[in-house]
Structure formats: C-alpha cells, structure tokens
Write a protein that binds this ligand. Structure first.
Ligand SMILES: [Zn+2]
Length: 218
C-alpha cells in the first residue's frame, strides 16, 4: 500500500518536472547579508538566509508548496544564534546561509501524498542522483542519508568557497526576478481597506465576539 502510494507520488512527480530552471544562471557578486526570510516564503520562525538567494526562493515558493525549516545556521552579529545548533555536517552550506531545508507545508513524517510536491521539487533540482542542475551545488533527498521523502529536502546553491559563518564572495543563482513577479501577480489583493473597527473599547469587542474565532491568521 505504502509502496503503491509512493509509486503514484513518484510518477506524478516525474510527469510534472517539465518546467526548466530559468537560465542562464549567473554569479552574483553583490555583497551578501544574512537576513530574515520574508513572509512570502513559508518558513519556521527565525529562519534566515543570505539575501542573494531570496529571489530564487521566492520563485520556488510561488510554484511549490514549501516550508523552510532551516536556513543559515550560526552566530549573528548581535551575539544571537540563527538556525539549529550543531545539526548540520561539517562544511555545510547552512553555515554560509546558502542552503535551506524544506518539508511540506502540511507536515508529515511519512512518505505520503503530502510529499508529492517536494519530490517534484527535488527532481526538478536534481533529475539524476548527484547531478544537481545549476545553480544548485548539492541536493539532499532520496538516496542521501538523513534526507528524502518523509524526512526533508536540502537545497544548496553554488558559491565561492568561504569559511564557516562567513559570506561567500559570489553565489550562483537563476534569473528569478521577472518570472517570480509574473507568477506572484495575484496577491496584491492585500490592499483591502482596513477592516471596519468599532469604537475602541470592550463594548464593541463583546458585540462582535465572532471575530476572535478568525484569529490573527499569522
Ligand atoms: Zn540542510
């Protein structure tokens, strides 16, 4: 049963890997900076990356339902620490903010249908084992210990060699700007007029008690 589900998931994944990675990729020499991942890219609280891969991540998030569980892992200038501590291998690109770990938006620790889109993304980045397509340096998924369907997908971008906890001189990225913009054209409905709010004070709150059921949605 499980095997059949996986087979169906993989077949579906293969059938939908048609969209190529935008090209040509280029080496970005603009100064890097470790920044918080913006809300448009689903992620766990506090996750950060080198800002130079944000356009690619936006592009990916517009096409694949992803949830990032870790990006940069290391100390911050303010003395705090970002990302998980001691959970990545030596030489990991997480130490340079140029890698992300990805799971489905609806979490599942079993390789079930929640993972179909993540498998599709993995095959998009690495159609054949150990042959990631540029700009990816390493893709961790099926066939890689500690990765795969039901665990997580790791994506690393090619970059200049850099010591741990330092920004790389350059990062290879794909041209995501225009494509990402056109693909994300629907959301401007954010420009809703502000929600009607009653007069301040406890009275209006009590009258419109239903609002609290909606939650903050954040
Ligand atoms: Zn990773």
């Amino acid at each position: 049963m499980v095997g059949f589900t996986l087979l169906v998931a993989l077949l579906f994944a293969r059938a939908s890997t048609a969209e190529p990675i935008p090209s040509p990729t280029r080496l970005v020499y603009a100064p890097g900076l470790i920044v918080p991942i913006p809300a448009a890219i689903p992620h766990e609280d506090g996750d950060m990356v080198d800002r130079r891969i944000l356009p690619d991540l936006r592009w990916i998030a517009a096409r694949f339902p992803i949830m990032i569980t870790d990006g940069y892992s290391g100390p911050l200038p303010n003395g705090e620490h970002a990302g998980c501590n001691n959970c990545h291998v030596k030489g990991s690109d997480h130490y340079n903010g140029l890698a992300v770990d990805i799971v489905p938006v609806s979490p599942s620790s079993r390789c079930d249908s929640h993972w179909t889109a993540i498998t599709r993304l993995a095959l998009w980045a690495e159609p054949a084992q150990n042959k990631p397509r540029p700009p990816f340096r390493w893709v961790g998924y099926e066939g890689d210990a500690g990765h795969g369907c039901g665990n997580h997908l790791h994506l690393s971008w090619n970059h200049a060699l850099a010591p741990r906890f330092q920004l790389a001189e350059w990062v290879e990225t794909f041209p995501a700007g225009k494509a990402a913009t056109s693909a994300t054209k629907q959301p401007p409905k954010k420009a809703k007029p502000p929600a009607p709010s009653g007069p301040p004070g406890g009275i209006s709150q009590a009258r419109t008690g239903g609002i609290s059921a909606a939650g903050s949605g954040d």
